[in-house]
Design a protein around this ligand. Structure first.
Ligand SMILES: Cc1cc2nc3c(=O)[nH]c(=O)nc-3n(C[C@H](O)[C@H](O)[C@H](O)COP(=O)(O)O)c2cc1C
Length: 399
């Protein structure tokens, strides 16, 4: 989704400036046209050559440059930008833009643009916590600018606190989210479940499964990047929390059912990508079960069938992880659970199923016709599923 997008990267004079080079590189690799504007103070930290080499574009610094090669209309970039992102954003640049100053190429471009503007502030904690910076930050948000909260951690200036530039991936997620706001799911609310449930045996042991949560997280991020308001109901996973998504954490099938029931009020689609246990332990032991000489028998009882039991007029999309009779079982699932779409995958196939970064799935709707997708990344699968969701929402808009 970054391909062909013009991203104006404003680089200001903070110690985290070197990380902006990584961002410029990753955005360029992703197919974006990156146009860098540096402040004069940023030049004290790095030379423009770094950005010019990484983006294959000249860097703009001086509004009054008379050198023909660098000469550019002072508002040219403000007009062609799909998004402007200031990384790192100094306390100084935030104050200047809050005050409407336009005394260099970056601030002039921001003042003149209709494109969304994202700030990634990075500074010493004391500067970030200073009431004037807090006030400027709030004013910028009120005016529709986006601020990526600085991370907490070790600061270059010494000490620990809030003020670190967030990781490049976090900044890229924000850029995608902002670019996607007018996407084909704009105004739609989507609930996604992810991960494998944990059914407790005792305070230390659980019954779980091999789901990594990757498919559900990819779906949540893809829906967000297409403009949807997303709620992700997730079990504990090793994945980073996606930005710009409402997260609800659960462990058991029963907890997930409760959260789903709350989340689907007024939703357009529920996508159940989580691997929900079919059975739970009948009586969870309050204390840790001691090792005895003999065998241990656990009585298991059914968990609720969340998808079959959930009520509402929203689209219902289920997953069927099968190791045999894939299509037949998926068709049965569509019918028995009254689903709009089932995403079936054969977990015995290579590059597919739990833990993998790729997936090979078959999409089966109410008509029972299988749409076989090739092996592709889970993110690409997510987008193909959402293509179907978009079409289904046109055919049967939510009341
Ligand atoms: C070594 C050094 C590191 C600095 N790091 C930061 C920083 O991380 N964040 C910040 O807001 N200012 C930082 N400053 C102060 C800014 O460089 C200063 O406010 C400058 O006026 C910013 O100019 P600009 O916003 O036009 O780029 C630092 C200054 C120095 C000398």
């Amino acid at each position: 989704m970054l391909t062909g997008k013009t991203i104006v990267l404003g680089v200001t004079g903070g110690i985290a400036v070197y990380k902006a080079a990584d961002l410029a590189s990753k955005l360029t690799q992703a197919g974006a046209v990156v146009r860098v504007i540096m402040t004069k103070n940023a030049l004290e930290f790095v030379t423009p050559l770094t950005f010019e080499a990484l983006t294959s574009n000249s860097v703009i610094i001086d509004m009054f440059d008379t050198d023909a090669e660098h000469r550019i209309n002072h508002i040219a970039l403000s007009e062609i930008a799909d998004v402007i992102v200031i990384v790192p954003a100094t306390a100084n640049v935030m104050a200047k833009i809050t005050g409407g100053l336009a005394d260099d190429m970056l601030t002039t471009t921001v003042l003149a643009t209709h494109a969304p503007v994202i700030f990634a502030p990075a500074m010493h904690t004391a500067m970030w916590e200073n009431p004037v910076t807090r006030e400027n930050s709030a004013k910028l948000v009120n005016r529709g600018y986006y601020i990526i909260e600085p991370a907490v951690g070790r600061l270059a200036s010494g000490g620990l606190g809030q003020g670190r530039l967030p990781e490049t991936e976090v900044i890229i997620s924000h850029i995608k989210m902002v670019l996607g706001q007018k996407g084909d799911l704009a105004g739609k609310r989507i609930v996604v479940t992810a991960g494998g449930t944990h059914e407790p045996i005792d305070p230390v042991r659980v019954i779980s499964n091999r789901s990594s949560g990757k498919m559900g997280y990819a779906l949540a991020e893809a829906a967000r990047d297409r403009g949807a308001e997303v709620t992700l109901i997730t079990t504990p996973t090793a994945l980073n929390r996606p930005v710009g998504i409402r997260i609800s954490e659960v462990e058991t099938a029963v907890q997930m059912q409760k959260e789903v029931a709350k989340a689907v009020i007024d939703t357009h689609a529920l996508i159940m990508a989580a691997a929900v246990a079919d059975y739970q332990v009948a009586e969870t032991s309050v204390n840790k079960i001691k090792k005895e000489r003999g065998d241990l028998t656990l009585k298991l009882v059914h968990t609720p069938d969340i998808l079959a039991e959930v009520k509402g007029t929203f689209l219902k999309i289920g997953f069927a992880a099968e190791s045999q009779d894939l299509i037949a079982n998926a068709r049965k699932k569509v019918k028995n659970k009254k689903l709009d779409l089932v995403v079936a995958n054969d977990i015995t196939e290579e590059h597919s199923g739990f833990g993998a970064d790729t997936n090979k799935v078959v999409l089966i709707g109410k008509d029972g016709m299988p749409e076989n997708l090739a092996v592709m990344s889970k993110r690409a699968v997510a987008d193909r599923i959402l293509d179907r969701v978009v079409r289904l929402l046109v055919d049967q808009p939510k009341a």
